[in-house]
Design a binder for this molecule. Structure first.
Ligand code: SF4
Length: 179
């Protein structure tokens, strides 16, 4: 473990909007890279998570690869955070939970508008979809949740700076209302 806290991030079944929000801290990203080392993350392109102090998870758990990644993050990250609505409650991807998986697949690949070569993909390289999309707390223990779609850059910054300084995590009202 390096002297600086080590931070990993991953997008499971998300849209990368939460990662983009992190980048929206703008020039504060320079402070952040002075304060932490990044491990596995789309920001580093490291593919395997190592021992970390903090893991930030975007997206819900929709397939077998998401399960593996999330469990590896829980094993390796001392503190794990659900970032954004999809990680917290399944978000938009969980809208498919109202339908059987078979129905979703047939609508997408067999009967749907614009399908010209019907056939449900069966390539072993493609992770198998789970029957439903799960918020991450249904799979592993989660230490913090940051709601929002996405949580704002300022909300992420407030969380990171409080966590880094060992202060209690507290947000001003402007960062935790969603109307
Ligand atoms: Fe995208 Fe919103 Fe889900 Fe974040 S919470 S991954 S921004 S849909």
């Amino acid at each position: 473990m390096s002297a600086k806290p080590r931070v990993a991030t991953a997008s499971l079944c998300g849209c990368f909007g939460c990662h983009t929000s992190l980048l929206d801290i703008d020039e504060r990203i320079l402070q952040l890279v002075d304060l932490v080392d990044f491990d596995r993350s789309p920001l580093t392109d490291i593919k395997t998570v190592g021992d970390c102090d903090l893991g930030l998870i975007e997206g819900g758990v929709a397939n077998t690869e998401n399960l593996e990644v999330l469990r590896a993050f829980r094993r390796h990250c001392r503190t794990l955070v659900a970032v954004g609505a999809c990680a917290v409650n399944g978000g938009v991807p969980a809208m498919r939970n109202a339908l059987a998986l078979r129905e979703c697949l047939e609508e997408s690949y067999v009967r749907g508008v614009g399908v010209y070569h019907p056939g449900i993909p069966r390539d072993p390289e493609i992770p198998l979809l789970l029957d439903r999309v799960h918020p991450i707390h249904e799979v592993v223990k989660v230490d913090y949740v940051l709601p929002g779609c996405p949580p704002s850059a300022d909300t992420l910054w407030t969380f990171l700076t409080a966590w880094l300084s060992g202060q209690p995590i507290a947000f001003p009202y402007t960062q935790i209302h969603y109307d």
